[in-house]
Design a protein. Structure first.
Length: 309
C-alpha cells in the first residue's frame, strides 16, 4: 500500500509554568543568563498546518478563547517558524496555519513559543523531514528561548537564556490553579523593571534549586510548593500591583505555593488535589481581583502530532 504525503497536520502543544526562575546579572548584550525549571501544563494550543498551492504564501488565522493581541501576520511566531523551516530545509512556505489558542496571551506561559514549536513539528511531519530533536531545538532556539522546552515538554531545567534544556525527573501529578489577567505584561518591560529594582546590587550567577528537583523526584508537592521561586516576581508585581492581592487570596485559601508565572501576569497556585483546585478557583473568582481563573495539571508532553490528513 502506498502512503500518500500528508496535506495537513495538526499539532497539540502545551503552555508552561516556571517553578524556578533565577536571573543572573545583565550581560553586555543586554540579556540575562537564567536558570529555570519548566513544567509543561495541560493548557493547549492546537496548530493546523496545511499545504497551499505554490506561490500562495502563508495565510494565518487564529481562533479560541485567547486571541487578543495575537498578530495574524508574518510577525506571528508560527509564521516565523514556517519561514525559517522553509529557508533552512529548502521546502515551500506556501502554507495555511490555523491556531486554536487556549494558552493565555502575553501571560508568561510561552504561548507564542508554543505555537512556534508546534509549527516546527507540523512541518517536519508534513514534509517527512524526520528531523532529530537536536535539529528541531536548534531551529527553535533561533525563534525564542522557550521554544526548545515547548518541543520537549515534561519537566526540564533551562540554562543560558532558558534555551539549553535538560530533562528533569519528576513523579506524580501537580494540580494548578491559574489566575489569568485580561491584559498581558511585556517580557522586556519586566526584565527592565527587574534591573531597575536591582540597581547597585551584587547579583550572583544563578544555580538550580536542588531542593526543588529533589522534591519533584520524591513527589513531594508540599516541598515543591515551598520551593517555588521567581526572581521576576517583584518586578511583575511592581508593574502590576494587583498581582500581590491575587497572591494573598491564594495564600489565604491554603495553596501549597504560589508564584507569578514567567514574566507574568499569570499567577500560578499549586494545590494538593482536584478538590482543593476547585475550592481555590471559586475563591479567586468570587474575590473580584482576578480576570479569569482556570485549572491545569502538569507535567504533560511537549508539541505532538495529533492528526495527519
Ligand atoms: P514570553 O515567551 O516572552 O514569556 P509570554 O509567554 O508572556 O511571552 P506570549 O503569549 O508568547 O507571551 O506572547 C507574547 C507576545 O508575542 C504577544 O503579545 C504577541 O504580540 C506575540 N506573538 C507572536 N506570535 C504569537 C502567537 N502565536 N501566540 C501568542 N502571541 C504571539
Amino acid at each position: 500500500m502506498t502512503r500518500h504525503a500528508p496535506n495537513s497536520v495538526v499539532v497539540r502543544v502545551p503552555g508552561k509554568i516556571n517553578l524556578q526562575i533565577s536571573v543572573g546579572p545583565k550581560e553586555d548584550d543586554g540579556y540575562h543568563g537564567i536558570v529555570t525549571v519548566f513544567q509543561a501544563i495541560s493548557l493547549f494550543d492546537d496548530v493546523t498546518v496545511t499545504k497551499r498551492d505554490l506561490g500562495q504564501g502563508i495565510s494565518l488565522d487564529i481562533a479560541g478563547d485567547h486571541t487578543h493581541g495575537v498578530p495574524a501576520d508574518e510577525t506571528n511566531l508560527s509564521a516565523k517558524a514556517a519561514l525559517l523551516m522553509a529557508e533552512k530545509y529548502d521546502i515551500p512556505s506556501d502554507l495555511s496555519i490555523h491556531i486554536r489558542k487556549s494558552i493565555p496571551v502575553a501571560g508568561g506561559m510561552a504561548g507564542g513559543s508554543a505555537d512556534a514549536a508546534a509549527t516546527i513539528v507540523a512541518i517536519d511531519s508534513l514534509y517527512s523531514l524526520s528531523l532529530s530533536r537536536e535539529e528541531m531545538h536548534s531551529v527553535g532556539s533561533l525563534l525564542g528561548s522557550d521554544v526548545p522546552f515547548m518541543l520537549t515538554g515534561g519537566t526540564a531545567v533551562g540554562r543560558g537564556r532558558g534555551d539549553q534544556v535538560t530533562a528533569a525527573l519528576s513523579r506524580g501529578v501537580y494540580y494548578w490553579v491559574l489566575a489569568v489577567s485580561t491584559v498581558g505584561l511585556s517580557t522586556p518591560a519586566v526584565y527592565g523593571e527587574c534591573d531597575r529594582l536591582r540597581a547597585g546590587m551584587q547579583i550572583a550567577t544563578p544555580k538550580v534549586n536542588d531542593q526543588l528537583l529533589q522534591a519533584l523526584l520524591a513527589q513531594d508537592a508540599v516541598t515543591v510548593g515551598k520551593s517555588l521561586v521567581n526572581d521576576l516576581q517583584s518586578a511583575a508585581c511592581s508593574l502590576r500591583p494587583a498581582l500581590r492581592l491575587i497572591l494573598d487570596v491564594g495564600h489565604e485559601y491554603g495553596a501549597l505555593g504560589s508564584l507569578v508565572s514567567g514574566s507574568g501576569p499569570t499567577v500560578a497556585f499549586l494545590v494538593s488535589d482536584e478538590e482543593h483546585a476547585l475550592d481555590l478557583a471559586v475563591a479567586l473568582t468570587s474575590s473580584g481581583v482576578v480576570g479569569s481563573v482556570t485549572r491545569a495539571t502538569g507535567p504533560v508532553h511537549g508539541a505532538r502530532v495529533t492528526e495527519v490528513r
